[in-house]
Design a protein around this ligand. Structure first.
Ligand code: SF4
Length: 491
């Protein structure tokens, strides 16, 4: 075992959450459950859909049933129910964010990643605080993002203290825009698993969602892709990092897997087990689930020919099943996917997406807009600008939300779980979506985009008047003040 690995991994911060010597992912049980439900009965499927409509988390057996539906009519019923559930919990809004890669220094050697130590072609660096400031100025001042997911590799030079410094730097940036100042209001992070002490440090600087992907829940596959002498080679240090996050006071977590490493049905079952474990132990499930598909990465032949490639059709199905199996959770689709597929699943299941995405280190403040394999973790499938995405959604009647109020009003953890399950969070969000969309349209949109998006704003205002008449007057007061230049008004 390397010294660094010994220094980072605290065995007692794994075993304390375990039931004896077993972790909560039982590969054999998942395989057996999947095998038992490979011929679903339509009546049973419809009973399960009724449970999803009631915003209840499904059991592994119920999820396995849905994962095996092949009948086109039943599949369409599932998709329509997924859409209903999404509208009930999240209304017709999409939250946008931008990923900001802070560093590609990494001590791990994951077979599918362009940043792995074994890739000699990777151009490596971490951002200085001046560079973090410049990147943030571009995102908050030119594009108009309010929410970031900041991304780090795993390296002693980019540990919790560096992460905390970069987050403070992002929050400090204010850039003049058409009306007042542009700034980032929420920083979510995607980083390596950490100790409880390090997570407390990040909690204290005000991180939003703490996101760690298990990559694959299948133990043997995990072992084959992550060398045992690396930190990431420890499956359980990663698996239990959300338990440590809750113990550190971070009550907003995001889980995910990299689809294409193992069988997609197994991975959906793993995500479900993870969500149920967190609900069971902490009464709070994951705020978000991510399901990126393996994309070509520099210096990684494995990514060119994945053994478990997930087709577009299976990808649509896994999104549908996740929406139905964990109905309260946010589902994130990223610019890895094509524009066409992304727009489709944003209607039927997903709730968050990125836009104007650049994943090279320092790429937002540079003029070069091309993708560079040697500077990126993987290659993007959709390079549309935020404005292009917003207009495409508006043409489908979907409003883009820049709201970050929930976090700042304490609507996180158990509180948000209750609001989501009862469909009440959608109401706050509808109001805040309109206010923040108005801000973005007036501060950043072109004349043409403003014209194309105005019908969605008016449609949302009409719905607010009809559905929540008790707050309509107060809402319109906020709306008119926002249109006149006031900023950051929220419910
Ligand atoms: S996937 Fe993450 S941990 Fe693995 S090599 Fe890439 S950056 Fe490092």
């Amino acid at each position: 075992m390397s010294t660094l690995k010994e220094k980072i991994i605290k065995p007692d911060e794994i075993t304390k959450y375990m039931d004896g010597d077993r972790d909560f992912i039982d590969d054999g049980a998942i395989e057996r459950t999947l095998a038992q439900h490979c011929d679903p009965d339509p009546t049973q499927v419809r009973d399960i859909l009724a449970k999803s409509r009631a915003v209840e988390t499904l059991t592994p057996d119920e999820t396995a049933v849905l994962l095996h539906v092949e009948d086109p009519e039943l599949l369409e019923e599932m998709r329509q129910t997924a859409r209903e559930v999404k509208l009930k919990v999240y209304d017709n809004r999409i939250v946008t964010f931008a990923p900001l890669y802070m560093s590609n220094l990494c001590v791990n050697n994951c077979a599918y990643c362009g940043f792995r130590t074994g890739n000699p072609d990777a151009v490596r660096r971490k951002l200085s605080m001046d560079e973090v400031r410049r990147e943030t100025e571009a995102l908050a001042g030119e594009i108009g993002h309010k929410r970031l997911i900041v991304v780090y590799g795993e390296h002693p030079e980019t540990g919790a203290e560096y992460i905390a410094d970069t987050i403070r730097t992002v929050y400090d940036v204010e850039v003049p825009v058409r009306h007042g100042k542009g700034c980032i209001r929420r920083v979510n992070i995607n980083a390596a698993p950490m100790s409880i002490d390090d997570l407390r440090m990040l909690h204290d600087v005000g991180i939003g969602t703490f996101q760690v992907f298990q990559e694959t829940y299948h133990h043997d596959t995990y072992a084959s892709l992550h060398p045992a002498d690396t930190i990431k080679g420890d499956y359980r240090w990663r698996l239990y990092c959300m338990h440590r996050a809750f113990e550190a006071g971070v009550d907003d977590v995001g889980i995910g897997t990299l689809f294409g490493l193992y069988d997609w049905r197994f991975e959906v079952m793993g995500l479900l087990q993870h969500a149920r474990e967190l609900e069971d132990k902490f009464n709070i499930g994951p705020h978000t689930i991510s399901f990126p598909r393996l994309e070509p990465a520099g210096g990684s032949p494995l990514t060119r020919h994945p053994r478990h490639r997930v087709s577009d059709e299976d990808f649509r199905r896994l999104v549908t099943v996740l929406r139905l199996a964990v109905p309260y959770t946010g589902l994130i689709i990223t610019a890895r996917e094509s524009a066409e597929l992304r727009d489709e699943v944003l209607v039927h299941g997903c709730t968050q997406t990125d836009a104007s995405t650049r994943i090279g280190i320092g790429a937002y403040s540079e003029t070069d807009e091309d993708q560079h394999e040697e500077r990126q973790q993987f290659m993007l499938g959709d390079t549309r600008s935020l404005e292009e995405l917003i207009v495409a959604l508006a043409e489908k009647g979907i409003i883009t939300s820049f709201c970050t109020a929930g976090y700042r009003c304490g609507r996180t953890g158990e509180c948000i779980m209750d609001l989501l399950r009862t469909g009440q969070e959608g109401r706050f969000c509808k109001l805040n979506a309109v206010l923040t969309f108005r801000e973005w349209l007036d501060d950043f949109a072109s004349e043409e985009a403003r014209t194309l998006c105005e019908p969605v704003v008016q449609q949302e205002i009409a719905e607010i008047r009809e559905r929540v008449p008790q707050v309509y007057e107060k809402f319109m007061e906020h709306y008119h003040r926002t249109a006149a230049g006031a900023r950051d008004l929220y419910f």
